[in-house]
Ligand binder design. Structure first.
Ligand SMILES: [Zn+2]
Length: 343
């Protein structure tokens, strides 16, 4: 076994509770994050990682397969920056030296996509609602790019997600979500964060719907972006909710690099989970801007910062909407008076 292969093996063996080896020691296998693996046997493991070049994986349960690359490592919470860099470099060289070889790239489960919309009355109503609330001019074409779900039925059909065997109460819930809610696909594409569109107080304002039940999933929302691990530092903008994010993105994007800035929606108190997640996928040097709710005060951010080794050295800018009667950024620009503090 070469050096990189044994590094991969050692990392998974020492960091995962469940990691076995094949008899021939040419593969290790772990629990599959894509399908959640066996529900009846908590020790069951079906995702095989090959320990020879090029490094590939496949799950015998859900058939998800692909390269051991940045995305795969990220999905598996690999935090070792050196290992990540080594694999990214290896893949780059391997592709360059073997241009004709078709690599087995077949991500299946996490490839949920928001389909293009045809403009049904209900889709247009929901779009109008977003635009009216934030005084924006989003069009139907912008919707997939923000992973916004205006048509849940179509989203399920497009991604071949079968709900026919769900229990009756869940089917009923899905009808309600389809009719009255706007959905946002979570960072890891396994959850949908729903926001009520109408004013019916009998319905909950927010709902979360798991497409797949995965332990430790990241339920917060990240606007799709290509993260380059090799960049020296990464700009992160964290907002309270998704409407705040849409507003901040459209009103202040000229202050950021739209191709590289990572826009995340996580409530103020949840911001630390986001930072932890970004650290885990190998982004250590973060330039953090938080667009906070007024009710989360500066002391809270200071306290969190002082307790974290990686955060302690960074400067965090905390923005507030200082307009009287407003509490956050999920409003039209004219209702925003932006101020900031540095912690
Ligand atoms: Zn699987």
């Amino acid at each position: 076994m070469n050096e990189l292969a044994s590094k991969i093996r050692d990392y998974f063996k020492s960091n995962l509770k469940i990691c076995y080896e094949t008899v021939r020691k040419d593969e290790i296998y772990i629990r599959c994050t894509y399908c959640g693996d066996s529900q009846s046997n908590p020790h069951g493991a079906h995702l095989y990682i090959g320990l020879k070049e090029p490094y590939q994986f496949h799950c015998k349960k859900c058939e998800t397969s692909g390269m051991v690359d940045f995305n795969f490592l990220k999905d598996n919470d690999v935090f070792d920056l050196d290992l990540i860099k080594e694999i990214v470099n290896f893949n780059k060289n391997y592709k360059r030296n073997n241009p004709l070889k078709t690599l087995n790239v077949k991500y299946k489960s996490l490839k949920y996509k928001v389909p293009a919309l045809s403009g049904t009355t209900s889709e247009l109503d929901k779009l109008k609602y977003i635009n009216k609330r934030l005084k924006l001019n989003l069009t139907l074409k912008d919707i997939p790019k923000f992973k916004i779900i205006l048509n849940l039925k179509k989203f399920f059909e497009y991604n071949k997600i079968d709900t026919s065997s769900k229990p009756a109460y869940e089917k009923k819930l899905l009808v309600t979500l389809h009719k009255y809610y706007i959905g946002f696909l979570s960072a890891d594409n396994t959850f949908i964060n729903f926001r009520r569109q109408n004013k019916d107080e009998n319905l909950m304002r927010y709902r979360i719907y798991p497409i797949k039940n995965i332990e430790n999933s990241n339920r917060f929302y990240i606007k799709p972006v290509n993260i380059d691990l090799m960049d020296q530092s990464h700009q992160v903008v964290i907002t309270e909710g998704i409407f705040d994010l849409l507003s901040v993105y459209h009103n202040y994007i000229h202050e950021y690099d739209p191709l590289k800035t990572i826009f995340v929606a996580a409530n103020g108190k949840g911001f630390y989970r986001v930072i932890k997640y970004l650290h885990r996928i190998g982004l250590i040097n973060l330039d953090i801007h938080i667009y906070s709710d007024k009710d989360v005060n500066i002391k809270f951010y200071k306290k969190i910062k002082s307790t974290d080794l990686l955060l302690r050295k960074s400067k965090i800018k905390i923005f507030y909407n200082n307009k009287p009667a407003e509490k956050d950024f999920g409003v039209p620009l004219k209702k925003i008076e932006r101020i900031y503090n540095i912690v």
